[in-house]
Design a binder for this molecule. Structure first.
Ligand code: DC
Length: 216
C-alpha cells in the first residue's frame, strides 16, 4: 500500500483547495498533477512545438521537478501562466496522448518516495497509485461548478450558460479519452461537494482518514 491520499475528480469541484488544505492539516506533501500536463502545454508553446505532435526528444528534454510544492520546468517556475485558459485547453488535449501519460507516470510515482503525499488529479486512484492508502473521488454538479467559477473570478467575461458548456465539454474530453479517462476508482469514496463548504469537505476527509487507519 502506498502512502498516498489520492483525490480525483472533474475540473472545478474544489479538489485543489481541498487537497491543499488536507495536506496542510495532515502534515503531508501536496502534489497537483494537473500542473504537469499544463507544464507540457506551456513548454511546447514556449518552444513553438505543435502539441498535436509531441515527440520523445521534446518530452525527454523536460525536467519536471517539485521543489517546495512548486513545479519547476527545467528550473523555471511558470507561475500563473499555467492557469491561463489557453493553457487549460491545451493541457486537456495534451493529456489525451498516451506517450505523455507514459512519460509522466514515473514523475508522479517518484513524488511518493519521500513520505506521505496528497496527490490530486484524474487518474491517481485508478492508474498512478491503484494501491493508494486512501482514495477519494471529489465531484460537484456542473451548475454548482459554474456558479463557483463565476463567484471566484471577478473578471470573468463568460456567462453562466457559456461556463456550463465549457465545463461540460472539458468533462467529456477528460472522461472519454482512450487513455486513463477520468473515472471513479471502484474502491474510491465518493464525495459530492455540491452542497458542502470547503471546510466541511476537508473535515469529512480528515474524519474518514482518522477513523480508517492504514498499515503502510
Ligand atoms: O486539474 P487541472 O485542471 O489542472 O488539469 C489540467 C488538465 O490535465 C485537465 O484537462 C485534465 C488533465 N489531467 C489528467 O488528465 N490527469 C491528471 N492526473 C491531472 C490532470
Amino acid at each position: 500500500m502506498s502512502k498516498v491520499v489520492a483525490i480525483d475528480g472533474p475540473a472545478g469541484a474544489g479538489k485543489s483547495t481541498v487537497a491543499r488544505l488536507l495536506a496542510e492539516r495532515c502534515g503531508f506533501t501536496y502534489v497537483n498533477t494537473g500542473s504537469l500536463y499544463r507544464a507540457i502545454a506551456w513548454a511546447a508553446a514556449g518552444k513553438g512545438v505543435d502539441i498535436k505532435d509531441l515527440k520523445d526528444d521534446f518530452l525527454m528534454g523536460l525536467d519536471l521537478d517539485y521543489v517546495d510544492g512548486k513545479l519547476l520546468v527545467n528550473g523555471v517556475d511558470p507561475g500563473e501562466e499555467l492557469r491561463s485558459s489557453a493553457c487549460s485547453a491545451a493541457a486537456s488535449f495534451v493529456a489525451t496522448q498516451p506517450r505523455v501519460r507514459q512519460f509522466l507516470l514515473p514523475v508522479q510515482r517518484n513524488a511518493a518516495m519521500k513520505g506521505w503525499i496528497v496527490m490530486e488529479g484524474r487518474d491517481i486512484g485508478s492508474v498512478i497509485f491503484p494501491d493508494a492508502a486512501y482514495k477519494f473521488f471529489v465531484t460537484a454538479s456542473v451548475e454548482e461548478r459554474a456558479r463557483r467559477r463565476l463567484e471566484q473570478n471577478a473578471n470573468e467575461t463568460l456567462t453562466f450558460e457559456e461556463i456550463k458548456k465549457l465545463i461540460s465539454e472539458r468533462d467529456y474530453q477528460d472522461s472519454h479519452r482512450a487513455e486513463a479517462p477520468l473515472c471513479q476508482a471502484e474502491d474510491a469514496v465518493l464525495v459530492d461537494t455540491s452542497k458542502m463548504s470547503i471546510e466541511e469537505v476537508v473535515a469529512h476527509l480528515c474524519d474518514y482518514i482518522s477513523q480508517n487507519p492504514r498499515e503502510c
